[in-house]
Design a protein around this ligand. Structure first.
Ligand code: PLP
Length: 425
C-alpha cells in the first residue's frame, strides 16, 4: 500500500480528493471534551445534509401557503412527490426507474413484498435467512411463516456463518442442493450488518432462481455504499432504508424494488391501497383497483412528504457526486483506515470484515484479553469518536465517502491510540 502514517499524508489526500467539498454540505455534531467530531457512523445514521433542512422547510412553507392545493402546486407537487426519488434510487441500485418506488419504511416494505413473493405451498414453504440476520429481517420471515400457517422453527432455514463470521456462497449452494425443493424464498442482505461482508448478490440471485425459489434482498447496508445491479441480477424484490448511507434522517422513507419481469403477471398477489391505484383514475374513487405502472402499485398510502423531502435532498447529493466516484474514494479511504489500524494496532485490534468483500464498514474486534471492547468503545466516545457498538464484541466504524476525510481516518487512529493507552497504561 502506498499509504503513510502521518497527518500531512492524510491532508494531501484530502487536497487531491475531488469529492472533498461535499463535506461542507453536511452538519456535523459539535466538539466534545475539546475534540472535533470524528463521525464514522454513517452506516447507522448518516449525517444531516444542509439541503435536507432546506427541502423540509420548503414543504412546511408549501403546506402553509398552498394547504390542500400543495398536492398540485409548487415546484414538487405532493401528488407525484415520491416519483422524484425514482431516478436517484434507480441509479443507486442499478434498476429501471419504473422498478423502484419510495414508500414506507424498510421492514414494512419487506412484509408488503413478501405478501407478493412469498407464496408458500405445503411442499415449498421455507425461508432462508443468514444465521446472524438483523433481527427485524428474521422476525419478518418468521412471522410471514406463522401468518401462512407454518412453524418458524422448521420453516426458517439458516445459512450458517463460518467460525470467522464469514458467509460462504458454497454453503448456501449446499443448503439449496439439500432442501431447495422445500424453500420458497431467500431473504438475504447485500451487506452483512455485523461483519460488513458484502455478499455475492449476483450469485445469490442465480442460485435462488436455479432452485426455483423467490429471492428478496435487504439492501439496508448496501445502498449508497456498494455497486448494485438489481435489474441485471434480477432478484424478485429488494428493499432498503434511507437513513444509513443515504443520510435522509431518522426513520426517513425507504425504497423498494420489484423486477419488471413481474409487472405483466396476472396472478400477482398483493395488499392494495389507493396510492397504488393508477394515477389518472385514482380520484374517481372507483370500487375496483387498477394498478399503477411498475413498482408504484405497491404503494398503499399517500406518502409522508416531510419524511420524503430529505430523501430527495440526499439523492440529489449522490447524483452530483456520482456513485462511481464515491465508490472509488470509499475503497481507498476504507483501505487507508484499515491499514492504519492494522499497522499501528494489529497485535491488539483485529478486523472481521473481509478485505476483498467490503464496502465502507470495518468491524473491529479487540484481540487483547486484558482489554474490554466495550470500555474501548466508551473511551473513544469520550474523545468524540462516533462509531457503534454491536453486541457481543464489535466496534463498527464506517468512513462515508460523501463527508468523511482522510484526516478523519488519521484522527481515528490517533484517538484509538490514546484510548488504548488510557486503558492499558
Ligand atoms: C437497519 C436495518 C433494518 C432496520 O429496519 P427498519 O424497518 O428501517 O427499522 C432492518 N434490516 C437490516 C438488515 C438493517 O440493516
Amino acid at each position: 500500500m502506498n499509504f503513510a502514517d502521518n497527518r500531512a499524508f492524510a491532508e494531501a489526500r484530502d487536497q487531491a480528493d475531488t469529492l472533498a467539498s461535499f463535506r461542507d454540505q453536511f452538519n456535523f455534531p459539535p466538539q466534545r471534551n475539546g475534540y472535533t467530531p470524528v463521525y464514522l457512523c454513517g452506516n447507522s445514521l448518516g449525517l444531516q445534509p444542509r439541503l435536507a433542512v432546506e427541502y423540509v422547510q420548503d414543504e412546511l412553507n408549501n403546506w402553509a401557503t398552498y394547504a390542500v392545493d400543495g398536492h398540485f402546486h409548487s415546484e414538487r407537487p405532493w401528488l407525484s412527490y415520491h416519483r422524484q426519488a425514482s431516478k436517484g434510487f434507480a441509479e443507486l441500485t442499478g434498476a429501471r426507474p419504473v422498478e423502484v418506488v419510495a414508500m414506507n419504511t424498510l421492514t414494512v416494505n419487506l412484509h408488503l413484498l413478501m405478501a407478493s413473493f412469498y407464496r408458500p405451498t405445503a411442499e415449498r414453504y421455507k425461508i432462508v435467512v443468514e444465521e446472524k440476520a438483523f433481527p427485524s429481517d428474521r422476525y419478518a420471515a418468521a412471522s410471514q411463516l406463522r401468518l401462512a400457517g407454518f412453524d418458524p422453527d422448521t420453516g426458517v432455514v439458516e445459512w450458517p456463518a463460518r467460525d470467522d463470521g464469514y458467509l460462504a456462497i458454497d454453503d448456501l449452494r449446499d443448503i439449496l442442493a439439500d432442501q431447495g425443493d422445500s424453500i420458497a424464498l431467500l431473504l438475504l442482505p447485500g451487506v452483512q450488518y455485523y461483519t460488513g461482508q458484502v455478499l455475492d448478490m449476483a450469485a445469490i440471485c442465480e442460485l435462488g432462481r436455479a432452485a426455483g425459489c423467490a429471492v428478496g434482498l435487504d439492501l439496508a447496508h448496501a445502498v449508497g455504499n456498494v455497486e448494485l445491479k438489481l435489474h441485471e441480477w434480477a432478484p424478485d424484490f429488494a428493499a432498503w432504508c434511507t437513513y444509513k448511507y443515504l443520510n435522509a434522517g431518522p426513520g426517513a422513507i425507504a425504497g423498494a424494488f420489484v423486477h419488471d419481469a413481474h409487472f405483466a403477471a396476472d396472478n400477482l398477489q398483493q395488499l392494495h391501497g389507493w396510492w397504488g391505484h393508477e394515477e389518472n383514475t385514482r380520484f374517481r374513487m372507483l370500487p375496483s383497483f387498477t394498478p399503477a405502472e411498475g413498482a408504484e402499485r405497491w404503494q398503499m398510502s399517500n406518502p409522508p412528504i416531510l419524511s420524503l423531502a430529505p430523501v430527495l435532498a440526499s439523492l440529489q447529493l449522490f447524483q452530483q457526486a456520482g456513485l462511481d466516484n464515491l465508490r472509488a474514494k470509499s475503497r481507498d479511504l476504507t483501505a487507508y483506515l484499515a491499514w492504519l489500524v492494522d499497522t499501528r494496532f494489529g497485535d491488539r485490534i483485529g478486523c472481521l470484515t473481509p478485505a476483498e468483500e467490503r464496502g465502507a464498514q470495518l468491524s473491529l474486534v479487540v484481540r487483547d484479553s486484558a482489554l474490554s471492547g466495550r470500555a474501548l468503545f466508551d473511551a473513544l466516545g469520550e474523545l468524540n469518536v462516533t462509531g457503534d457498538w454491536r453486541e457481543p464484541d464489535v466496534i463498527r466504524v464506517a468512513p462515508a465517502p460523501l463527508y468523511n476525510s482522510y484526516a478523519d481516518a488519521f484522527d481515528f487512529a490517533e484517538r484509538l491510540g490514546s484510548a488504548l493507552q488510557e486503558l492499558t497504561p
